[in-house]
Write a protein that binds this ligand. Structure first.
Ligand code: HEC
Length: 404
């Protein structure tokens, strides 16, 4: 019953998280586009804002931007902050539900590091807090005067954290924490800087004082950082479902390429919307980076196979077709079927994960390709090798699969 409640809880929180994320990223894209489209108008002094016209849903919108503030403040203001807060809160709850409460399967890999569930969660949460503190210090320092230097230092910092997570956690645990670190920086920007500064500006205006223009500038810098991080964050959030990415020992290097690829695509759109032309080369950079990611994944899988000695192995005798030899059936029954059965016996697992049944030769034959990806090409399954599958057993599977 507990496991069923956890599964439903996970589904509902994930649903909320995805929807909040769509709303947040949608408004981030929208405001970057709008900002880039603002043109000067006579009613607003040069360099102090402008106007853009939009058409949507059967009407026309005339949007004016006032840098700092208009002369008089309207009584009603639309804020955009709950998208960010909801995304972070639901994402953090999901991290706790899936990774901290289910750390034996998802977060801790004794072959990487022996950690207690409490220590693993403390390292994860501590690193997220540290990420925000370091980023905030960098952006508030003199380094921020040089955007390129700031981006370079930020990039090295994120990669260092990705490497650190990989030395602590399972592959998917490492990638989700790298994504969560960036997500925390992005929400921190909204919660700790952009919104509080906006409130100070409003308080000054109400008190009849001139607001500090630095507040607006800082908010713009940080919301630009958020914009460049959106695509890489989403990649990291979904990469935990793809063993070809998360089982690679070089996943932290992939993070670097994904950062550049995501930022290039955002750069293309930001330039296009500002009217500075279509910088198609940015797409070429993104494509090259993603090709590098695929290349790294192939290389690490080849290395993994070599380590197991799968190259020199002699295929065992198996019948042609999708016949499942007894040896294979025995291995999957003893290493996989405690979870992948109609009624799993593994504590905390209520239904066969992802609907994959490996409890009979027929089911095994049906999932042959998935078994290849999860247990031969990569060692994603069993999770953290909880059931102690040996290299020799993987070789037997490889030999069977080679015959199919
Ligand atoms: C301790 C429980 C457990 C054991 C043992 C286990 N698995 Fe899994 N398996 C899971 C979980 C949990 C998932 C879902 C992972 C996710 O959410 O991405 C999963 C997912 C899968 C998937 C679907 C992957 C996808 O994303 O579509 C395959 C295929 C799979 N396992 C194969 C195996 C094989 C082969 C073995 C034995 C070598 C094995 N599993 C052993 C828990 C287990």
């Amino acid at each position: 019953m507990d496991a069923i409640a956890a599964e439903w809880g996970g589904l509902l929180i994930r649903w909320l998280h995805v929807i909040a994320g769509i709303a947040w990223i949608g408004s981030s894209f929208y405001f970057m586009h709008l900002d880039a489209s603002i043109k000067p108008i006579p009613a607003i002094p040069a360099g102090k804002g402008g106007e853009a016209w939009e058409v949507h849903g059967g009407g026309f919108y005339q949007v004016r931007k006032y840098l700092i503030a208009p002369d008089s403040l309207p009584t009603e203001l639309m804020w955009h902050k709950w998208e960010a807060y909801t995304t972070w809160l639901s994402g953090f709850s999901l991290l706790v539900c899936v990774y901290y409460l289910g750390s034996d399967l998802y977060l801790i890999d004794p072959e990487v590091r022996e950690l207690s569930p409490l220590a693993a969660a403390a390292i994860g949460i501590g690193a997220l807090a540290l990420g925000w503190i370091v980023y905030n210090a960098l952006v508030s320092s003199r380094l921020a005067d040089n955007e390129v230097m700031l981006a370079a230092v930020g990039f090295v910092f994120v990669m260092a954290m990705a490497w650190f997570f990989q030395k602590m956690f399972t592959g998917r645990g490492a990638l989700i924490h790298t994504g969560a670190l960036m997500g925390t920086i992005m929400s921190g920007n909204v919660f700790m800087n952009i919104i509080p500064n906006q409130k100070k500006v409003i308080a000054d205006l109400i008190a009849g004082k001139d607001p500090n223009p630095d507040f607006g500038k800082q908010a713009k810098t940080r919301s630009r950082h958020n914009n460049y991080l959106t695509l890489p964050v989403v990649f990291l959030m979904i990469s935990g479902h793809y063993p070809l990415v998360f089982t690679s020992p070089y996943a932290w290097i992939m993070v670097g390429f994904v950062l550049v690829a995501g930022a290039s695509v955002r750069y293309f759109y930001n330039e296009r919307h500002t009217g500075r032309g279509d910088k198609w080369w940015a797409w070429a950079v993104a494509a090259l980076c993603m090709a590098a990611v695929a290349g790294i994944s192939l290389l690490s899988n080849a290395q993994g196979r070599e380590k197991l000695g799968l190259k020199e192995m002699q295929p065992i005798q198996v019948a042609t077709g999708r016949h499942v030899p007894e040896a294979v059936d025995d291995i999957l029954t003893s290493r996989c079927a405690m979870c992948h059965a109609a009624a799993p016996v593994w504590a905390g697992i209520a239904t066969p994960p992802k609907g994959v049944l490996l409890d009979s030769p027929l089911h095994i034959a049906r999932h042959a390709e998935a078994i290849r990806v999860q247990a031969v090409m990569t060692r994603a399954m069993p999770p953290s090798n909880v059931t102690g599958m040996t290299g020799d057993e993987r070789k037997v599977l490889a030999a069977w699969l080679a015959k199919l």
